[in-house]
Design a binder for this molecule. Structure first.
Ligand SMILES: Cc1cc2nc3c(=O)[nH]c(=O)nc-3n(C[C@H](O)[C@H](O)[C@H](O)COP(=O)(O)OP(=O)(O)OC[C@H]3O[C@@H](n4cnc5c(N)ncnc54)[C@H](O)[C@@H]3O)c2cc1C
Length: 455
C-alpha cells in the first residue's frame, strides 16, 4: 500500500529516525497526544516499525506530574486513556500504562530499536524527557503532533503578535491540513507479556479516585468527561448549534457560543488538524474567526513557550510592558487580596467572584471573563510578580485546560504580551485596562452571575 508520508514533515529531529538494527521493537511513548486519529507521533512510530518489519509497543507513563494534578484533572485524563486502550486493541495495537516511579526504563528500552514521542512544549514535559534520556541513553524521535503547522516550520523566532505569526502560517495550511489516511501496523502478535505484568492498574486507580470525590459536587455534575468520543460530540454540537454565531457571540459570558474544546486539546484527545478539517468542510458557515483562534492564537502560545524560556513569570514580557508595570507599582491600592482570598472567591467584586467560582465549579472559565479575571488580579495584588504567580497557580489548579501553552500565553497577555500599548493609567501603566462597566455595557452580565450561582 502506498503511504502518504507527509506526517514525517512533523518530525523535529529526523536524524534520529534511523533505527538500531539490533533492536526488537519500536516504542511509541505517548506523552501529549492521547488519541488514535490524527496522531502524527503514533503514525511516525507505526511507519518506522513497518519500514523495519518490527512490532510496536505504545506506553503512557503515570508521572509524578500527573499525580500532582487535582483529582478531577487526573480523572479526565484517565477517562481518555481507558477509552483509548480499547481503541488501540481494536486496531491491533498494544498500549501499556506504566508507573514512572516503578518502571525499569532500562529493561523496557534495552531491546528498543527506536523511541518516538511528542515534542515537549513545557518545562515539566522537557524535564521528564531529560530524565528518560539520562536513564536510557536513548534520544527519542520528537514529533510535533499537537499543532496544525509544526512550530519549527511556522517560525524560527519568538513572534511579536498574532498578526506576525498569521502572515507566516497561512501559506502552509493547504500543505498540512490533510485528511488522516490510516495505515496498519504490519507486525502483529509480538509477545509483550513480560511488560504487561508490570502495568499500572489504571482501572483500580481510577475507581479509587472516584471513591474519593463527592459526585454531587457541582463540578462532577456540570463538567467535562474525558476522551476522543466526548471531544467529537462537543465538536458536532458546536458545528450544529454554535459556529454560525461564534464570531458575534463567543465573548458573551451569559451565553455559550464557544466550542469548549480546550480541555480536549490540552490533553491531546483531539487534534487541531481534525477539528480544522471538519470545520472547513462546512461550506456555508463563516468559520474564519474560529480557525483563527484554533490555529493562529493557539500556535502563537506554542511559539511563545518554545522561544521564551521565561514564559512562566513576568520576565517573559516585552520590555515596554515590564517597564510600564514596574513604573506604576503603587502602594495605596483600593483593594489588595491574598491568594487564599482570591482562591475562595472572596473579593468585593461579584463578577470576579463569579468567574472564579465558574472555574472551580466547572473546570473552565469563559474566555472573556478569563481576561477580566486576570486584569483584576493585577489591579488587586501588590506586585506584577505576585499577580503572575497567583494566576498561574489558580488557572492551573482549577482549569481542565490548565498547564498548557495557552495558560501561560493567556496570563502573559493580561500583562501586555502579544498586545499593544494604551493610554497610561494608574497601576496598569500602558497595558490594556478592563473594568466592570465594560461587562455591564456589553453583556447581560447579571444573567452570567445567576447562571453560575445556580450550578
Ligand atoms: C488569563 C487567561 C488564562 C487562560 N488560560 C488558558 C488555559 O489554561 N488553557 C487554554 O486552552 N486557554 C487558556 N486561555 C485562552 C482562552 O481563554 C481559551 O483557550 C478558551 O477560552 C477556551 O475555550 P474554548 O475551547 O471554548 O474556546 P473556543 O473559542 O471555542 O476556541 C477554540 C480553541 O481555540 C484556541 N483558543 C481560543 N482562544 C484562544 C486564545 N485567546 N489564546 C490561545 N488559544 C485560543 C483554544 O485551543 C480553544 O480551545 C486563557 C486566557 C486568559 C486570558
Amino acid at each position: 500500500m502506498e503511504i502518504n508520508s507527509s506526517f514525517l514533515n512533523r518530525v523535529y529531529n529526523s536524524d534520529f529516525l534511523a533505527p538500531d538494527i539490533n533492536g526488537k521493537y519500536v516504542i511509541y511513548w505517548m506523552n501529549k497526544s492521547l488519541r488514535y486519529n490524527y496522531n502524527f507521533a503514533l503514525k511516525t512510530a507505526i511507519y518506522s516499525a513497518n519500514q523495519n518489519d518490527l512490532p510496536l509497543l505504545s506506553i503512557y507513563f503515570i508521572t509524578p506530574f500527573f499525580k500532582s494534578l487535582q483529582l478531577r484533572q487526573q480523572i479526565f485524563i484517565m477517562q481518555g486513556l481507558l477509552e483509548l486502550q480499547k481503541i488501540f486493541i481494536k486496531n491491533n495495537l498494544t498500549l501499556l500504562i506504566m508507573d514512572w516511579n516503578k518502571i525499569n526504563l532500562q529493561r523496557v528500552c534495552k531491546k528498543a530499536s527506536l523511541v518516538v514521542t511528542e515534542f515537549p512544549y513545557l518545562k515539566e514535559n522537557k524535564n521528564i524527557l531529560n530524565e528518560f534520556m539520562k536513564s536510557t541513553k536513548l534520544t527519542p524521535v520528537l514529533v510535533d503532533s499537537e499543532t496544525a503547522i509544526p512550530w519549527f516550520i511556522a517560525s524560527q523566532k519568538e513572534e511579536y503578535s498574532a498578526a506576525t505569526l498569521r502572515r507566516k502560517i497561512t501559506k502552509y495550511l493547504p500543505e498540512y491540513l490533510l485528511v488522516d489516511k490510516k495505515f496498519e501496523l504490519n507486525y502483529k502478535n509480538y509477545d509483550f507479556s513480560p511488560f504487561i505484568k508490570d502495568q499500572f492498574n489504571l482501572i483500580k486507580y481510577h475507581n479509587e479516585c472516584i471513591e474519593n470525590i463527592n459526585l454531587s459536587e457541582p463540578y462532577y455534575m456540570h463538567s467535562f468527561t474525558g476522551g476522543y468520543s466526548q471531544a467529537i460530540s462537543r465538536l458536532h454540537l458546536f458545528i450544529e448549534k454554535k459556529i454560525d454565531r461564534y464570531a458575534e457571540l463567543r465573548n458573551d459570558p451569559s451565553l455559550e457560543f464557544s466550542s469548549d474544546l480546550s480541555p480536549y486539546l490540552r490533553c491531546g484527545m483531539i487534534s487541531p488538524v481534525e477539528i480544522a478539517i471538519r470545520i472547513s468542510e462546512m461550506k456555508e458557515t463563516n468559520h474564519d474567526k474560529f480557525l483563527d483562534e484554533l490555529i493562529i492564537r493557539r500556535e502563537l502560545s506554542i511559539n511563545f513557550v518554545i522561544y521564551n524560556n521565561q514564559y512562566n513569570s513576568v520576565k517573559c514580557l516585552p520590555t515596554w510592558a515590564y517597564k510600564t508595570l514596574h513604573e506604576n507599582i503603587i502602594f495605596n491600592r483600593d483593594y489588595v487580596y491574598s491568594l487564599s482570598q482570591f482562591e475562595s472567591a472572596a473579593t468585593h467584586d461579584v463578577y470576579w467572584n463569579t468567574a472564579q467560582n465558574e472555574m472551580k465549579k466547572t473546570g473552565k472559565m469563559q474566555a472573556y471573563m478569563r481576561m477580566y479575571w486576570g486584569k483584576k488580579i493585577i489591579e488587586w495584588t501588590e506586585t506584577p510578580e505576585k499577580a503572575f504567580s497567583f494566576m498561574v497557580y489558580l488557572n492551573n489548579k482549577y482549569s481542565l485546560d490548565g498547564n498548557d501553552p495557552n495558560s501561560y500565553a493567556g496570563i502573559a497577555w493580561c500583562f501586555g504580551k502579544h498586545d499593544r500599548a494604551f493610554k497610561e493609567r494608574k497601576v496598569f501603566g500602558k497595558i490594556r485596562y478592563m473594568n466592570d462597566k465594560g461587562l455591564k455595557r456589553k453583556f447581560d452580565i447579571d444573567q452570567y452571575v445567576k447562571k453560575i450561582q445556580f450550578l
